[in-house]
Design a protein around this ligand. Structure first.
Ligand code: MV4
Length: 504
C-alpha cells in the first residue's frame, strides 16, 4: 500500500481536466505538463503546478516519456495518470515509471504488451474460454496458409495486423482471388505503421454491433465489470454517440458477456480500469475483439448509470486498495447517452475546423454533464484531437434520455468554429436511432438524412437573431472591438446578419 499525494497527468484537453477534478476531490495535488500550443489551456489553469515539456507536435511533447518522467521526479509526483491516447498504452512508458519508483496508473507493462499484440490477446482469450471470432491462432506464415484458412472458415474474411487495433491495418477479403494481394498489402501497411508485419485472419462478421464492457481489477486478484457500452455509432472508426444500457442487450446476454469480460481480465491478472471490446452479430453471437488497457473517452456514461467514479477507482487500486465494489451490489440505474462534440465541419467531409472559440454556452439543468476544456477566446490547436467536449445526459429510461439529449444539444451554442452539434441532433432525430435499431453501418446507412441541408430554415432564423444579440452584447462590453469584427462566414450569421443587427 502506498498513498498517492500528487499525480502528474500526462495528457491535455478534457481528459486531463477530468482526472484533475477527481484528484481535487481526493485531496491529491495535480501536476500538468504542457506544450507550446497549450500554455493557456484549461488543464494548465486547473492544475496545482504546470511544467513546459516542448514544442506543439505530440512527438516533441506529450509523447516524450523521458521529459514527462523528468517532470514527475522534479515535482515529486508519486504517480502518473496517462489518460487516453498519447502514452496511455505504451508499455515502455509504464516500465520507465516503475524503474523510477513512480506509480503508473494503469496495468503492468507485461499486460500492455500482451493486449497490444492482437494474436497473443486472442490466444489468451481462447485459453480463458472467452469466444473469439473464428480464424487463425498464429500469425499466418504463407499465402498457402491463408488459402487453407479460408477453405476452413469460408469467405468473406478480414486480414488484420497483430500490432494494429482500432481499425488500422485491416483488409476485407470477399473473393479467393483477392487473398494474396490483401495479405501482402496488410503486411506492408503493418510494417510501415507498426514496424511489425505479423497478420492473422478472422471470419468477417457483417453489420456487427460494437459493445464493450468496463472492467476494474485490483492488485489482490479481484475483478468486476460495470456493464456494457453500446458504441456502434461510429464514422471511420471515430465514435460519435455511445449509450448504456445497449438497446440490443438482454438480461441473459449481459450476464454471459459480463462474466466473459471478467474472465478475460482475470486471465491476464488485469489491474486497473480496462475495456473488453466485443463484436455482436444479429443473432446475438458475440466475440472478443480486443482489450483497451486504459480509461476510455466514453467512461462517463458508465459512471452515470453505476454511480462509480472510475478515476477514483483507478487511483485507489493503484495505491493497492482492495476493490470495495462488489459485483452483486452493482446496478445500472436509468439510461445514459454521450455525444462527442468535435470541432469539425460535417458539411465539408468532417474536416477539422480550427479556430478561436468566440462564444460558448454549455447546456445545464437536470441530468446533464459536460466534460470539456475550451473557453471563450481559446484557440483550438491544430496539433491534437479535434474533440472539444463530451455531452453526457442521464434519465430514467432511454426515451427520456434521448429527449434530454435533444434539449441539451439545442442549448449548446458554440460560435467561432464549426462543430458536430447539428449532425448529432440529426442522429437523435433519426428513427433508426430512436428505435434502437442500429449497428456499425448506421452512419453509412443514414448518411442522406444525416447530411441533408434542408429543414433548418426556421432554426436558422432564430439562430441569426441569437448570434446577432450575442455580438451586440460583446460590442457593448468591448470584448470584440467593432473594427475587428470578422467578415461574416457562418451560414446562419450570413443569412441576414446586418438586417437583424440594425433592428437591435
Ligand atoms: C471486424 C469487423 C468484422 N469482422 N472483425 C474495426 C475496428 C477494429 N477494432 C475492428 N473492426 C472490425 N473488426 C471481423 N472479424 C468489423 C470491424 C468494424 C468495426 C468494428 C467496431 C466498430 C466499428 C466498425 C466499423 C467498421 C468495421
Amino acid at each position: 500500500m502506498r498513498k498517492i499525494n500528487k499525480i502528474l497527468v500526462a495528457n491535455r484537453g478534457e481528459i486531463a481536466v477530468r482526472i484533475m477534478r477527481t484528484c481535487r476531490e481526493m485531496d491529491i495535488a495535480s501536476v500538468a505538463v504542457f506544450s507550446d500550443a497549450d500554455r493557456t489551456s484549461m488543464h494548465v489553469r486547473y492544475a496545482d503546478e504546470a511544467y513546459y515539456i516542448g514544442p506543439a507536435p505530440s512527438k516533441e511533447s506529450y509523447l516524450r516519456a523521458d521529459k514527462i518522467i523528468e517532470v514527475a521526479i522534479k515535482s515529486k509526483a508519486d504517480a502518473i495518470h496517462p489518460g487516453y491516447g498519447f502514452l496511455s498504452e505504451n508499455s515502455e512508458f509504464a516500465r520507465l515509471c516503475a524503474e523510477n519508483n513512480i506509480i503508473f496508473i494503469g496495468p503492468s507493462p507485461e499486460v500492455i504488451v500482451k493486449m497490444g499484440d492482437k494474436i497473443q490477446a486472442r490466444k489468451a482469450m481462447i485459453a480463458a474460454g472467452v469466444p473469439v471470432v473464428p480464424g487463425t491462432t498464429e500469425a499466418i506464415s504463407s499465402e498457402d496458409e491463408a488459402l487453407k484458412t479460408i477453405a476452413e472458415i469460408g469467405l468473406p474474411v478480414m486480414i488484420k495486423a497483430s500490432a494494429g487495433g482500432g481499425g488500422k491495418g485491416m483488409r476485407l477479403v470477399k473473393e479467393e482471388s483477392g487473398i494474396v494481394s490483401s495479405v501482402r498489402g496488410a503486411r506492408s501497411e503493418a510494417l510501415a505503421a507498426f514496424n511489425d508485419d505479423a497478420v492473422y485472419i478472422e471470419k468477417y462478421v457483417s453489420s456487427p454491433h460494437h459493445i464493450e464492457f468496463q472492467v476494474l481489477g485490483d492488485q489482490h486478484g479481484n475483478v468486476i465489470h460495470l456493464f456494457e457500452r453500446e458504441c456502434s455509432i461510429q464514422r471511420r472508426h471515430q465514435k460519435m454517440v455511445e449509450e448504456t444500457p445497449s438497446p440490443l442487450m438482454t438480461v441473459d446476454l449481459r450476464e454471459k458477456m459480463g462474466q466473459d469480460a471478467v474472465n478475460a481480465a482475470k486471465a491476464v491478472k488485469y489491474v486497473g480500469a480496462g475495456t473488453i471490446e466485443f463484436l455482436v452479430d444479429n443473432n446475438l453471437n458475440y466475440y472478443f475483439l480486443e482489450m483497451n488497457t486504459r480509461l476510455q473517452v466514453e467512461h462517463p456514461i458508465t459512471e452515470r448509470v453505476t454511480g462509480v467514479d472510475l478515476v477514483k477507482q483507478q487511483i485507489l487500486v493503484a495505491e493497492g486498495h482492495e476493490l470495495l465494489l462488489k459485483q452483486d451490489e452493482l446496478r445500472q440505474k436509468g439510461h445514459a447517452i454521450e455525444c462527442r462534440i468535435y470541432a469539425e465541419d460535417s458539411d465539408n467531409n468532417f474536416m477539422p475546423s480550427a479556430g478561436r472559440i468566440h462564444n460558448i454556452t454549455e447546456p445545464l439543468g437536470l441530468g446533464v454533464r459536460t466534460d470539456g476544456y475550451v473557453y471563450e477566446g481559446y484557440e483550438i490547436p491544430i496539433h491534437y484531437d479535434p474533440m472539444i467536449s463530451k455531452l453526457i445526459v442521464w434519465a430514467n429510461n432511454r426515451e427520456e434520455a434521448i429527449q434530454r439529449m435533444r434539449r441539451a444539444l439545442y442549448e449548446y451554442k458554440i460560435t467561432g468554429v464549426k462543430t458536430s452539434i447539428k449532425f448529432l441532433e440529426r442522429i437523435m432525430d433519426s428513427s433508426d436511432f430512436r428505435e434502437g435499431n442500429y449497428d456499425t453501418n448506421y452512419i453509412e446507412k443514414n448518411k442522406e438524412m444525416l447530411l441533408s441541408t434542408e429543414k433548418c430554415d426556421i432554426v436558422t432564423q432564430d439562430m441569426v437573431i441569437i448570434a446577432t444579440y450575442i455580438d451586440y452584447i460583446n460590442r457593448l462590453n468591448k470584448v470584440i472591438p467593432t473594427k475587428q469584427l470578422n467578415p461574416v462566414e457562418n451560414r446562419w450569421k450570413k443569412y441576414s446578419y446586418q438586417k437583424n443587427f440594425d433592428r437591435l
